[in-house]
Design a protein around this ligand. Structure first.
Ligand SMILES: *[C@@H]1O[C@H](CO)[C@@H](O)[C@H](O)[C@H]1NC(C)=O
Ligand SMILES: *[C@@H]1O[C@H](CO)[C@@H](O)[C@H](O)[C@H]1NC(C)=O
Ligand SMILES: *[C@@H]1O[C@H](CO)[C@@H](O)[C@H](O)[C@H]1NC(C)=O
Ligand SMILES: *[C@@H]1O[C@H](CO)[C@@H](O)[C@H](O)[C@H]1NC(C)=O
Ligand SMILES: *[C@@H]1O[C@H](CO)[C@@H](O)[C@H](O)[C@H]1NC(C)=O
Length: 363
């Protein structure tokens, strides 16, 4: 046997050892997802009286492998899935309400999705008028997170739980439904006052999560919701509803200021704020570089711009779904959700600041 041969036996072994070391180093951060329908992957299926559901066709028509309606408001995966993918997962962790007592005991337990379609910063947002429970408000999602923390503490002890939460990524996408509710109720509350109440609510939610041990927050602001097909139909020229978009811009500015201040007051609080407004408006104004050809009408729905009804099995359905910014009257398509997640993960400071989600994981 010559030296060359020894090398050819040892080299693969050496490489194998090296890649094992690399794999051991890149342990995926645990991921907890809170918020509204942008991130809901089936929570509302478990809320018995909820009307804010998408667990029927044509939803899910492009869902990987199984083409099934899971409860995601999308033709396939949604932003929660694509965010989780950026961190090395196949898709979003499962909904809290789907978990049984064995879920947290699994060695590979790496997170939970609490997001509920229709929910908001305010407990009243998204609830139906007949006193039936329609959504899981953010307050209750955080109570569920607290419940999980207690379970983890019982399972692995306080110190290990603290460490686990320190490195966990907390993603929150919330606020759109509060603004929709404010706008369409023709509320007499002045805009500034309403926005202050939302930001105060956000602050209290963050405080609760911080007190529970969460430290790394990936926050997703409100997109240009006036440009949804469901809102364009209120504009005679089918343009975006300017006032609603202005609310979204003001909300982002207020949230930016809150987070900046919060990080100086709460030791170890780290955050990244995604500017969904800039991200999506950029695509609306300049769709072709992003491979979108339709940014006004929904792919699935009926009426003007397919924006007058939800997506159901007898609604219109487009065939070139990857070319649509909107899947239904309110929600982005799978292609748009992926673009948003990739931008949050590694985008520049015009879209995500002061650091992006990849940097947040390393922070
Ligand atoms: C808990 O959920 C897992 C995964 O869905 C399932 O395989 C298992 O049978 C469930 N266990 C109980 C006790 O229901
Ligand atoms: C958490 O603990 C409670 C009380 O012991 C138990 O009933 C519940 O099933 C646990 N939940 C999970 C998701 O492990
Ligand atoms: C708000 O005002 C608009 C325009 O005047 C009207 O069409 C709508 O019905 C009002 N909404 C509510 C909830 O009162
Ligand atoms: C409707 O859209 C046009 C064109 O984008 C815009 O100039 C106008 O302000 C919009 N109207 C409302 C009520 O938002
Ligand atoms: C657009 O599509 C082309 C051709 O399929 C592809 O090469 C390019 O990466 C796409 N651009 C974006 C922004 O996805």
């Amino acid at each position: 046997m010559d030296d060359n041969c020894v090398l050819s036996v040892l080299l693969p072994l050496f490489i194998a050892v090296l890649s094992l070391a690399a794999a051991a180093k890149t342990v995926l951060p645990p991921v907890f997802i809170l918020g509204d329908s942008i991130a809901d992957i089936g929570t509302n299926n478990f809320v018995p009286d909820s009307k804010a559901r998408a667990n029927f066709p044509h939803n899910g028509i492009d869902f990987p492998n199984s083409l099934r309606p899971t409860g995601r408001f999308s033709n396939g995966l949604n932003s929660a899935d694509f965010l989780a993918q950026q961190f090395g997962y196949k898709r979003s962790p499962r909904p809290f309400l789907s978990l049984n007592a064995t879920a947290l005991r699994k060695k590979k337990f790496r997170g939970i999705n609490f997001a509920s379609g229709g929910s908001g910063l305010l407990d009243s947002t998204g609830q139906s008028f007949n006193n039936q429970k329609n959504v899981v408000p953010l307050t209750e999602q955080i109570q569920q997170f607290s419940f999980v923390k207690n379970n983890l503490t019982a399972l692995m002890g306080a110190a290990a739980t603290k460490k686990f939460l320190l490195k966990s990524m907390i993603f929150i996408s919330i606020g759109s439904n509060d603004l929709f509710g404010y706008y369409h109720s023709n509320s007499s509350i002045p805009k500034e006052e309403f926005l202050s109440s939302l930001v105060l609510a956000y602050k209290n939610h963050l405080k609760t999560l911080y007190t529970l041990g969460a430290r790394k927050f990936g926050i997703i602001s409100v997109p240009p919701i006036g440009c949804c097909p469901s809102q364009r139909i209120f504009n005679d020229t089918a343009g975006c509803l300017e006032e609603l978009n202005n609310h979204a811009v003001a909300f982002h500015a207020n949230l930016d200021a809150l987070l900046c201040k919060f990080s100086t007051e709460y030791d170890g609080f780290k955050y990244s704020l995604g500017n969904s407004y800039e991200m999506i408006l950029n695509v609306v104004q300049n769709p072709l570089p992003f491979n979108f050809t339709q940014v006004e009408a929904a792919c699935c729905g009926a009426g003007k711009l397919n924006g007058e009804t939800y997506c159901t099995s007898d609604a219109n359905l487009c065939s070139n779904r990857d070319e649509y910014l909107f899947w239904d009257l309110f929600h982005p398509s799978q292609a748009a959700s992926k673009l948003a997640a990739v931008t949050l993960y590694r985008g520049g400071s015009q879209y995500v600041s002061p650091i992006n989600f990849a940097q947040l994981a390393e922070a």
